[in-house]
Design a protein around this ligand. Structure first.
Ligand code: ITT
Ligand code: NA
Length: 198
């Protein structure tokens, strides 16, 4: 059993590989298909961008494809970087520059105003089918010093109060259990085997 995920983000690829291995699936990503085009993320919402990625690649490969559009919503920044999280500090994605920009924009903002949400929208698309859409959210606070070296992206700055750790200080297993992506996948699992059959 193989599942194709329309991502070129190595951090996401690693998380999905582990999540689906536990279900008995082998994960392939666009890193395994260098010949496929980059899908331009022209949507205005996570769902629009996830649909663009999943539906474009499903159409090309003629098989079911899952895509993830995710990002960090920072309350005091009116929701930025949001759908622009990957390219907050410009293109191509530079995680260190993104984190530095985030810290810079939050200079002087006190702890109680540093609340943020990681959001993940997953779209599962297949030729001639209505796509399946699920979402997951994860609440936290933006720290003042990066901590931890697991995960990817903004994880070293995303402090999870319940764990008293940043996302990058959590084990990969623990992050997958409680993250925005883990929660979205849990919802998908309730529905996708039925969806694939119909
Ligand atoms: P693909 O489109 O190829 O999947 P991408 O990185 O461009 O890769 P998105 O457009 O969905 O994907 O942007 C997601 C960005 O949000 C990602 O690059 C990180 O900066 C951030 N992000 C999402 N989930 C995260 C997580 O679990 N931990 C840390 N940062 C995350
Ligand atoms: Na992207």
């Amino acid at each position: 059993k193989t599942i194709v995920i329309a991502t070129r983000n190595p951090g996401k690829a690693k998380e999905f590989t582990k999540i689906f291995a536990e279900k008995g699936y082998h994960v392939k990503t666009l890193l395994d298909y260098p010949e496929l085009p980059d899908v331009e993320e022209t949507g205005k919402t996570f769902e629009e961008n996830a649909r663009l990625k999943a539906e474009t690649i499903a159409e090309i490969l003629k098989q079911p494809v899952l895509a993830d559009d995710s990002g960090l919503i920072v309350d005091v920044l009116d929701g930025r970087p949001g759908i622009f999280s990957a390219r907050f500090a410009g293109e191509p994605t530079n995680n260190a520059a993104n984190n530095a920009k985030l810290l810079h924009e939050l200079t002087g903002v006190p702890k109680e105003k540093r609340t943020a949400t990681f959001h993940c929208t997953l779209v599962f698309a297949a030729p001639d089918k209505e796509s399946l859409v699920v979402e997951g959210d994860w609440l936290g606070e933006i720290g003042t010093i990066p901590r931890g070296d697991h995960g990817f992206g903004y994880d070293p700055l995303f402090f999870v109060p319940e764990e008293q750790k940043t996302a990058a200080e959590l084990s990969d297993e623990r992050k997958n259990e409680i993250s925005h992506r883990g929660r979205a996948v849990a919802k998908l699992r309730d529905q996708w085997e039925n969806w694939l059959k119909n």
